[in-house]
Design a protein around this ligand. Structure first.
Ligand code: ZN
Length: 238
């Protein structure tokens, strides 16, 4: 299957896998799935595109599995402009940005508005900074509540983590270090609480099992039985 710009694609069941081929002096076909879900394929010189298609098709289940894994914890890529009327999500609900001028800068959530009071409403950078600070503070509080609730409900997961870091990450909602430090993306506070609970549970389970293996998913299933539905809902946010 041909696509734009030298890309090729194969159909596997209902899925279409697009890939970028590059021919090199080499013996074997090498397929790489990147965190942004792109698939690149290094092909031996002289191997026909159709023959490469066949190799990609044979590896399709593995490619889709890798893509799903990367999709698992992806953030929102949209760039906000911080202008009046713009839509923001908080805990899965939509709010419209309302800008008011005032000498006491603050952010107030009052449905249907996310109201920001600033000395100069044309100062979008300042509005952005205020929303960012507000969201980070809300995120830290919301995430801590979820950790507390899960740890209380599932004591077999171990003690509550001593620190919970909130940090913007380029391509994931959360992470867990080898020493058990959990980091969560403040952008996650946009998502529905059930999705936040899924990500928090996912990272808490990593303190018991680091790898995404069967044991890990069994554990996650005990904490959040419908985690797949929640993951899909989270991915549909994008
Ligand atoms: Zn994970």
């Amino acid at each position: 299957m041909h696509t734009l710009s030298g890309e090729r694609a194969v159909r596997f069941g209902s899925a279409v896998i697009a890939y970028e081929p590059a021919w090199r002096e080499r013996r074997d076909v090498e397929i790489t799935v990147h965190p942004d879900l792109r698939v690149t394929v290094l092909c031996p010189a002289g191997r026909s595109p159709v023959a490469v298609d066949a190799v990609v098709l044979r590896k399709a289940p593995w490619i889709l599995r890798q893509q799903l894994r990367f999709q698992d914890l992806h953030p929102l890529p949209t760039e906000p402009r911080f202008v009046a009327g713009e839509t923001f999500r908080y805990l899965g609900r939509q709010y419209r940005l309302k800008l008011d001028e005032g000498s006491e800068p603050r952010v107030v959530l009052s449905r249907p508005y996310l109201r920001v009071v600033v000395p100069d409403v044309r100062d979008h950078a300042e509005v952005g900074k205020m929303i960012d600070r507000w969201r980070r503070a809300r995120a830290a509080a919301v995430f801590a509540e979820h950790v507390e609730a899960i740890v209380m409900r599932c004591p077999w997961l171990g003690p509550r983590p001593e620190t919970l870091r909130v940090r913007t990450m380029a391509c994931r909602w959360g992470s867990c270090s080898a020493s058990g430090v959990i980091t969560l993306n403040p952008a996650l506070v946009s998502a529905h609480p059930s999705c936040i609970e899924y990500v928090v549970a996912h990272e808490l389970c990593h303190r018991k099992v680091m790898k995404h293996d069967q044991r890990f998913y069994r554990l996650l299933g005990r904490v959040v039985p419908d985690w797949q539905t929640r993951r899909d809902r989270l991915n549909n946010l994008r």
